[in-house]
Design a protein around this ligand. Structure first.
Ligand code: NAI
Length: 506
C-alpha cells in the first residue's frame, strides 16, 4: 500500500533537465527535502547552480526574499548515485521521453525504494499503463504531468493508468494542490487532456492554410481577437514545427490513424524544409533580426449604409450582443438612422438590410445561402480587438460586397475577408475544440470541469470548451459540425456522441 499523505515526503526528482529542475524547485519551495538525480554526471549539480543563479537574480530584483531562497536551495541536494534514493517517499521522473528508458528506470527504482513510495512520471505522451507494465507494484505508478515552465504554470494533470490505485492518484492530486497547483484527474489516453483537446487549434488553421483560405497573419489575428494569447501560426512557430508535428503524429498513430487527428501536409513540408519556427529563424514568420511581422490593417470607422430598416435576426446571447453593437452603430448615424427591428423567430443570427443578409456562420458557405449574402465569424470578442473574418457569396455584386463590409465596420468590427469556407475561422476552430473536449468527457478521460480548467491553465485559453458550449449552445455547435462534415465528407468533423445527446436537451 502506498502512502496517501505526501506532505512530509522526501521527493526524488530524476532528470535534471528543464522540467526536472522546475519540479525540484516547486517541491523545495513547498518545504520538501528534494534529491535531484541525472544520469549525465554533473548535470544535477549544474541544474542546482542554474536554479540558484535564477532565484538569486529574483532576490536582487526584490521579487523573492533572500531567506526563503536560501531555504529552498538548502532543501535540494544533487545526488550522484541512485542508491542514495532509498529515503524517497515520492519519485517524480522527468527523463527522456522514451518508453523503454522510463520503464527500465522504474524497474531499477523498485529495487531501491520502500514499499510505500509513490512513483510519478511527468511523461507528456507515453501511456502510463504501458510504463507500469512489468513493475512489481504497477498500482503505485501515476502520471504527474506538469507544464513548462513548471514554477509558473498552474496545471498538473494527474494521469491514471489501467492499474493505478485511486488512492495514489488522489494523493498526487492533493500534493499538487499543496504545491500551489490546480490538479485535474485524467485517464491515460493519447494526449491526456490538454495535448488532445488542443489539437484542432492547430489543425483547423493548417487546414485553412492548405485550402488557401487566408494568410497566417489574418488567421492569427482572428483567433487573437477572441482572446487566445497567440494565434495558431505564431504559436506553432514558438513551439517548433518539429515538436508540434510529432505530438500530432503521435496522437494520430495512438488513435489508430483516426482521420480526425490527421497531421497536416503544410506542416510536414515546413518540417522537411527545416522551417521550424523561431528556433530556425523562419516558420510562418521570419525571425531574422531585421524582420518586421506583418499585421492586418487597422479598423476603419464607418457609418451604417442608408436604409429604412435594419432587421436583427435570431435569439440568444450572440444575437443580443449583435443588437447592442447595432444600437451603438446607429447612434453614430447623424440623420435618418434606419429603424432597428428584431425578428427572434429566425433560425439564423445576423442582419438584414434592404433584403441583403449578413449572417453569422452556421457552417454553410455564403454561396450556398444565396447571392446577396455574406457570412461572418463567431463574434466572441472578449478583448478590444475587433478583427472578424467574413466572406461574401461568390455571386454577390462588387457594390453589395463593399456595402456588406461597410456594415460590419459600422458595427465596430475590423472585417477581414477570407475565402468562402464553411465555419470560417473562429467558429470552426472553437467548435472543434468543443467537440474534442466532448469526446474526451464521453470517453471518460476527464470531467467537464477538468477539461475547462486544463485548457485555461495548461494552454491559457480564454475560456474552457464547456464554457463556450454553454454560451453558444449544443444545437448550433452540432449544426456547424454537421455542415462541415457534409462539405468535406470525411471523418474529421463527425460530431461527438455527447454533443449530439446534448442537442436533445437544449
Ligand atoms: P530535457 O532533455 O531538458 O531533460 C531530460 C534530462 O533527463 C536530461 O538532463 C538527461 O540527461 C536526463 N536523462 C535522460 N535519461 C535518463 C535516465 N535514464 N536517468 C536519469 N536521467 C536521464 O527534457 P525535458 O524537456 O525536461 O523533459 C523531460 C520529460 O518531461 C519528458 O518525459 C518530457 O516529455 C516531459 N515534459 C516536457 C515538457 C516540456 O515542455 N519540455 C512539458 C511536459 C512534460
Amino acid at each position: 500500500m502506498s502512502a496517501t499523505n505526501l506532505n512530509n515526503a522526501t521527493v526524488l526528482v530524476i532528470g535534471a533537465g528543464i522540467m526536472g529542475a522546475g519540479i525540484a524547485q516547486v517541491a523545495a519551495q513547498a518545504g520538501h527535502s528534494v534529491m535531484l538525480f541525472d544520469m549525465r554526471e554533473g548535470a544535477a549539480l549544474e541544474a542546482k547552480e542554474k536554479l540558484s543563479a535564477s532565484l538569486n537574480a529574483l532576490v536582487a530584483k526584490g521579487k523573492l526574499g533572500a531567506d526563503a531562497v536560501a531555504q529552498t536551495l538548502s532543501r535540494i541536494s544533487a545526488i550522484g548515485n541512485l542508491q542514495e534514493a532509498a529515503a524517497a517517499g515520492l519519485v517524480v521522473e522527468a527523463i527522456v521521453e522514451k518508453l523503454e528508458a522510463k520503464r527500465g528506470l522504474f524497474q531499477q527504482l523498485e529495487q531501491i525504494i520502500s514499499a510505500d513510495c509513490i512513483l510519478a512520471t511527468n511523461t507528456s505522451s507515453i501511456s502510463v499503463t504501458a510504463i507500469a507494465n512489468g513493475l512489481l507494484h504497477p498500482a503505485r505508478l501515476v502520471g504527474m504531468h506538469f507544464f513548462n515552465p513548471v514554477p509558473l504554470m498552474k496545471l498538473v494533470e494527474v494521469v491514471s493508468g489501467l492499474q493505478t490505485e485511486a488512492a495514489v492518484a488522489n494523493a498526487i492530486f492533493a500534493l499538487s494542490q499543496t504545491w500551489g497547483k490546480v490538479a485535474v484527474h485524467a485517464r491515460s489516453t493519447p494526449g491526456f487532456i490538454v495535448n488532445r483537446i488542443a489539437r484542432p487549434y492547430y489543425a483547423e488553421t493548417l487546414a485553412l492554410l492548405q485550402e488557401q483560405a487566408a494568410t497566417p497573419t489574418v488567421l492569427d489575428a482572428c483567433l487573437r481577437a477572441v482572446g487566445f494569447r497567440m494565434g495558431p501560426c505564431e504559436l506553432m512557430d514558438l513551439i517548433g514545427h518539429d515538436t508540434n508535428f510529432s505530438v500530432t503524429q503521435s496522437v494520430y498513430e495512438a488513435n489508430f490513424f483516426d482521420k480526425r487527428y490527421s497531421p497536416s501536409l503544410v506542416q510536414r513540408e515546413m518540417v522537411d524544409g527545416g522551417l521550424l519556427g523561431r528556433k530556425s529563424g523562419q516558420g510562418f514568420y521570419s525571425y531574422a533580426a531585421d524582420a518586421t511581422r506583418p499585421t492586418v490593417a487597422a479598423a476603419q470607422a464607418m457609418q451604417m449604409p442608408i436604409a429604412k430598416t435594419l432587421w436583427l435576426h435570431g435569439r440568444g446571447p450572440l444575437a443580443d450582443a449583435l443588437q447592442a453593437a447595432c444600437e451603438r452603430a446607429l447612434a453614430l448615424v447623424p440623420t435618418a438612422a434606419p429603424a432597428l427591428l428584431r425578428d427572434e423567430s429566425s433560425d439564423w443570427i445576423g442582419l438584414e438590410i434592404g433584403g441583403c443578409q449578413l449572417r453569422m456562420t452556421d457552417g454553410r458557405c455564403a454561396s450556398q445561402l444565396g447571392a446577396e449574402v455574406a457570412v461572418f465569424d463567431l463574434p466572441l470578442q472578449t478583448t478590444q480587438d475587433t478583427v472578424l473574418a467574413w466572406a461574401p457569396s461568390s455571386r454577390a455584386s462588387a457594390a453589395w460586397t463593399a456595402q456588406a463590409e461597410q456594415c460590419l465596420q459600422a458595427l465596430g468590427f475590423n472585417p477581414q475577408r477570407v475565402a468562402d469556407t464553411p465555419g470560417l475561422v473562429v467558429a470552426r476552430s472553437v467548435a472543434m475544440l468543443i467537440n474534442e473536449a466532448a469526446d474526451a468527457v464521453h470517453q471518460g478521460v476527464c470531467n467537464e470541469a477538468a477539461a475547462d480548467a486544463a485548457m485555461k491553465l495548461g494552454v491559457n485559453y480564454p475560456a474552457g470548451p464547456f464554457e463556450w458550449l454553454s454560451s453558444w449552445g449544443a444545437v448550433p455547435v452540432c449544426q456547424l459540425l454537421d455542415a462541415l462534415d457534409a462539405f468535406y465528407r470525411g471523418e474529421r468533423y463527425r460530431a461527438s456522441p455527447l454533443l449530439r445527446q446534448r442537442t436533445w436537451q437544449d
